[in-house]
Design a protein around this ligand. Sequence first.
Ligand SMILES: [Zn+2]
Length: 476
Amino acid sequence: MNLMKKGSDYMNLQSIYDHSPIFFQNIMTSVKGYQLKRTRYGKYYYEHLQLLKQLHTYTENQLQEYQFEELMKLLRYVKNNSKFYHELYKDIDIEKFSSVKDIKFLPIVTKEMLRKNIEKVITIPKKGAVADHTGGTTGKSLTVYNRVQDIQKRMAVLDFFKLKHGFENIKMKRATFMGKHIVPPMQKKKVFWRFNRPINQMLYSSFHLTEENIPYYISSLNDFKPDAIDGFVSSIYEIASYIKRKGIELKFQPKVVFPTSETVTKDYRDTIEKVFNCKVRDQYASSEGAPFVWECSYGNLHYDITTGVIENIEDSNEILVTSFLAYGTPLIRYKIGDSMIFDDSNKRCKCGFNTPLIKSIEGRKIDFLYSTKGAKINLGNISNIFKNIPNTIIKAQLIQDSLEHIIVKIMVDKDFLPKHKDLLADEIKHKFGNDMKVDIKIVNDIPREKSGKYRIIINKVDQNPNFNEKNERMNL
Ligand SMILES: [Zn+2]
C-alpha cells in the first residue's frame, strides 16, 4: 500500500517535471539536490572526515588494529541485531577471534541468501532507512537499507579520496554524467543538462550523447568549466573521443576525472587523460556498500582497510567483501561477484596511506565474452581489438549469443572502408577462435541500457532465455 502511494507520488512528480519549462526543472533538480544534501552531508559526514584525516597518518600496525576493532564491533552488532546473522553464527564463538584473518571461520554469504532472508538480515526499520537498489545488470536485484550515518560516512570516504586529488566536493564545480532521466522525452531544445545548485553540480544526461548532440554538451562544459568530471566513464569517453576526432579546443581544464559504475579500460583512460589534460582516478565501491578501493596520486590502488575487509576466495581472484559502512544491511564475507588481484602483501605506497595494495580490479562477471573453446576474454582484451583498426569506428558493441556466434554492431564515420570490416572480423577471430561466426552490422546508433550505462559487450551465453524475454519487455 505504502509502496503504491510512493510510486504514484513519484509518477506525479516526474510528470510535473516533464511538463515544466527548463528553468523550473532546474529548480526542481536543486530542491531534490537540497534534500539529498541533507541526507548525505550532515554531522556524521563531517565527523568522519576528521577521523579520516587521522587514519591516513596511521602506521601499518595501527591501521590493522583499527580494522580488527571495526570488524569485532560489526560482528557483535550483527549477533545482537540481525536475526539472519544471529542464526548463521550460532555455533561460532566470535569472541575467540584474535585477528582479521579469523574471519575465515565465518560462512560465506551469497546474494541469493540475502535476497531470500532480507527481512531477517536488516537491522533497522525500513521506514527512515535509505533504500538502495542494486544489481540490475546481472539480473537479480537486491534492495539494501542503509542507516543515515553509514551513508554519510561513505560520502566522507568518497570525498576524502577526491580531496586527495585536489577536488573539494560542494565547494568546487562538478560535472556528472549519469543515468537519471533529466531530459523529458518530448523536449526539443538541445539542453541536456540541469543544474543542482546546493552541491554545485551540473548533471548531464547519458542518454542523448549522439554525434549530433555532443557539440552542445561540449559547449555547455566550456561554459560551466567544471573542476572535476565524474560519472559513467563510457559517457565521458564519448565526449573525449569526439573532441579528439574533431580537434576541438577546450576552454577549461578539470583537475581530475572520477569514473564510476563501469570498468575503466585502458583506451578509455588514455583518451580521457589526453583530451582533458588531467588524470583519471578510479575507485571501487558498490552501491551495496562494499569496502573502498581507490587510486591515489601515485596511481596505486589502495585496499582501504578502514572501510572493511576484502579477501580472495581460495584459489581464485573472486572476492568476498565485509563492510564497516553498511550496518543497516550488513555484508559479511559477501560474495559480491567481482574479482581482484592483490599486490605483494609487503608492498606499501609512498603516498603515506599504509594499506595493502590491489594490483588490478578484474571487473564484474558481465565483463567478458567466451572464445569458441569456452575461455573467458575480458573487456580489456576485447577493447584492444579496435586498436589495430584505422580510427573509423565511432562506437561498437559485441553481442555474443552462443559460443560460436558474435554480432558486432558498429557506428562508423565517412572514412570507413569495406576492408575495415574484414580487418575487424579478422581481429575478432584471432581473439575468439577461427571458427567464430562474426556478423558485423553497421548501425546508426547503439542505444544505452535502461540504467544509462553503455555496454561494449553483452554476454548472452550464460543468460536464461526466460529472463531475457522479461527484461526486454521491461525495457519497452
Ligand atoms: Zn598511494
